[in-house]
Design a protein around this ligand. Structure first.
Ligand code: NAI
Ligand code: MG
Length: 353
């Protein structure tokens, strides 16, 4: 029996509604599998925890989390209780940085039965692989003078190690999918880091002869995401480009409530963390209408990460059957509750036994 020890951090707002739903789904997946069990340990780290203890997590919090196979997180942030920069940096970003989760993976896929804001999206299925540790989001730079002489300098940092790591991840992923990697570049305008990015891409591509490649400048690429998303398979991008592209991906799916994400530690030293793209959705807390699909699809990514790709595919199939039958929440134009959607997914999984 394979046992996965998962730290669950529901966090704030609807995180507390969708994480338990997705955990029920994962237990059902384990039953269906037969040789797999999940042991979840709940951690109350959140804005409420901060109000009580003055910190988002205790001093030994990171050490305790490091014992788990993965972290399953809902959402962090409740600006009515704690300023966002304190809650996010004290928990979410702390975990991403200290656990060296250097790759951010975000799928964008047309779910049947869901209206994309695009008029004719065809059947898109994209994976954005975003370098998550350096690039444009570096803390190198500074500001001098004030007033009309003021200067701000922000340096981009691109190391061969991190660039190669993101690209290898993208190529490995593409090898298991449709076998195509598109590189997001801007070497016509950014004259040091992006030509370097292109060179590393070319080098890495040589060790994957079976994967087709192309590269696009980020501006054109952003337009193609909207006009013809079905032409892409895996897209590898720097921190900033990947951040923007993956949000376009979430946008064209039809609701942020369905978008999943994984923060991947590739050196195996620390757990990876799986969390949906959405936040704590303060406007719908407690109404029972939060879309659980983003969190449940995130659970599929957790399964894939632990080598349970077959079960991951079963779970995604069931999610698609559910949206196809229009068992969907109000953000997607439906009238079903969080629980209705969760029950539908669980029942469909049980029917596969
Ligand atoms: P948000 O994602 O929480 O909400 C944006 C809009 O989308 C709202 O109208 C919300 O009702 C809707 N929405 C989000 N998820 C939904 C779901 N599953 N089902 C149905 N509707 C859904 O973003 P917002 O309002 O900017 O942030 C709220 C709080 O969440 C802030 O404190 C923010 O810092 C935090 N946040 C945390 C993130 C994380 O933990 N990774 C990511 C984004 C925001
Ligand atoms: Mg973003």
């Amino acid at each position: 029996m394979k046992k996965l020890k998962i730290a669950s951090i529901p966090g704030d707002g609807i995180g507390k509604e969708v994480v338990p739903a997705a955990i029920d789904v994962l237990h059902t997946v384990a039953e269906l599998h037969g040789g797999l069990t999940f042991e979840f340990t709940d951690f109350p780290y959140s804005c409420e925890y901060y109000l009580e203890h003055g910190v988002m997590m205790p001093e030994d919090g990171m050490k305790r989390l490091s014992d788990f196979d993965s972290i399953f997180l809902g959402a962090v942030g409740d600006a009515n209780l704690v300023p966002d920069h304190i809650s996010l940096w004290g928990l979410l970003i702390k975990i991403r940085r200290e656990f060296e989760q250097t790759i951010n993976v975000r799928p964008a896929k047309q779910l049947p039965g869901i209206q994309s804001p695009l008029v004719n999206p065809n059947d898109f299925d994209i994976m954005v692989v975003r370098e998550n540790s350096e690039g444009e989001y570096s803390s190198v730079g500074g500001r001098i003078y004030r007033g009309e002489d003021e200067i701000a300098i922000q340096n981009n940092v691109f190391s061969r190690k991190a660039t190669e790591r993101a690209m290898r991840f993208a190529f490995d992923l593409a090898s298991k999918r449709k076998g195509r990697v598109t590189s997001a570049t801007k070497s016509n305008g950014i004259v040091y880091s992006m030509p370097f990015w292109d060179e590393v891409f070319k080098d890495v591509a040589e060790s994957y002869p079976n994967v087709k490649t192309d590269q696009q400048h980020i501006d054109a690429l952003a337009a193609f995401f909207v006009t013809n998303p079905s032409r892409f398979d895996v897209v590898v991008a720097s921190n900033l480009f990947g951040d923007i592209l993956s949000d376009i991906g979430a946008g064209i799916m039809g609701s942020i409530g369905v978008a999943p994400a994984g923060n991947i530690n590739v050196n195996g030293k620390y757990p990876s963390m799986f969390e949906p793209v959405h936040g704590s959705a303060p406007d719908i807390i407690g109404k029972g209408i939060a879309n659980p699909v983003g969190q449940i699809w995130t659970a599929k990514m957790l399964l894939d990460h632990h080598g349970e790709e077959e079960m991951g595919q079963v779970l995604l199939d069931v999610i698609e059957e559910t949206t196809k039958n229009r068992i969907i929440t109000s953000d997607l134009g439906g009238s079903h509750s969080t629980q209705d959607v969760t029950n539908e997914i669980i029942n469909r999984l049980k029917a596969k036994a």
